[in-house]
Design a protein around this ligand. Structure first.
Ligand SMILES: N[C@@H](CCC(=O)N[C@@H](CS)C(=O)NCC(=O)O)C(=O)O
Length: 203
């Protein structure tokens, strides 16, 4: 298998953490989606990373589909528990984390446009999604160790990748000072080898 991604994509990081936790070998193919002919375009009409190429070359996207596939491919360290209620608990939290990321990525992209073309209303709307999403996550976590009580799941990987991306690209949001229990949770997650091996690299 091959994973087309960048080292800064938080969605790609979620997949890389899952690969590490499940000890699945996968070649990384690094690409830069800001270039007109980047590698993902040939396999994903949306032109987004990550894209997983299965052994027969068939592409899988987006990140939520890839991680579900990977969890089924190997029984090592199951990250999506059995049972419809458990599955939906994990996938709903992954959707929340990915939705916050969509807003964060939109803010980062908007800020890269020439100053005169940037929309403060658009940035404020996206920032509202980020703030409400982080509050919902903090309330959900409460004082628990993981989002699903004592079980480390895909929900924690998605949440950890998202929170670390906020620190990486939007540190001025200072979410950690408003949510100390969530900050301690991220700190615990970042001690895991899978998180340490996949830290984003400034591009
Ligand atoms: N829902 C997608 C989002 C992927 C995404 O937005 N990736 C960004 C990089 S962080 C990208 O490829 N952007 C390039 C573009 O949208 O053209 C997923 O979960 O994989």
């Amino acid at each position: 298998m091959k994973l087309i991604t960048s080292l800064t994509s938080p969605y790609g990081r979620k997949v890389r953490i899952v690969l590490a936790e499940k000890r699945i070998d996968c070649e990384l193919v690094l690409t830069d989606t800001s270039q007109p002919d980047h590698a993902a375009l040939e396999h994903n009409p949306l032109g987004k990373v990550p894209v997983l190429l299965m052994d027969d070359g068939k592409p899988v996207y987006d990140s939520s589909v890839i991680v579900e596939y990977l969890d089924h491919v190997s029984p090592v360290s199951r990250l999506i528990p059995n049972g419809p209620r458990q599955v939906v608990s994990v996938k709903r939290r992954e959707a929340l984390a990915d939705g916050v990321l969509d807003a964060a990525v939109a803010v980062v992209a908007e800020r890269r446009r020439p100053a005169a073309q940037q929309s403060t209303e658009w940035i404020a709307k996206q920032t509202g999604k980020i703030e409400r999403g982080v509050i919902a996550l903090a309330e959900d976590l409460g004082e628990k160790k993981y989002l699903l009580d004592d079980s480390y799941t895909l929900a924690d990987i998605a949440a950890g990748s998202m929170l670390a991306y906020l620190n990486f690209r939007l540190p001025e949001l200072e979410w950690a000072s408003h949510h100390p229990a969530l900050a301690a949770y991220l700190h615990r997650l970042e001690e895991r080898p899978s998180f340490q091996e996949t830290r984003p690299v400034a591009a």
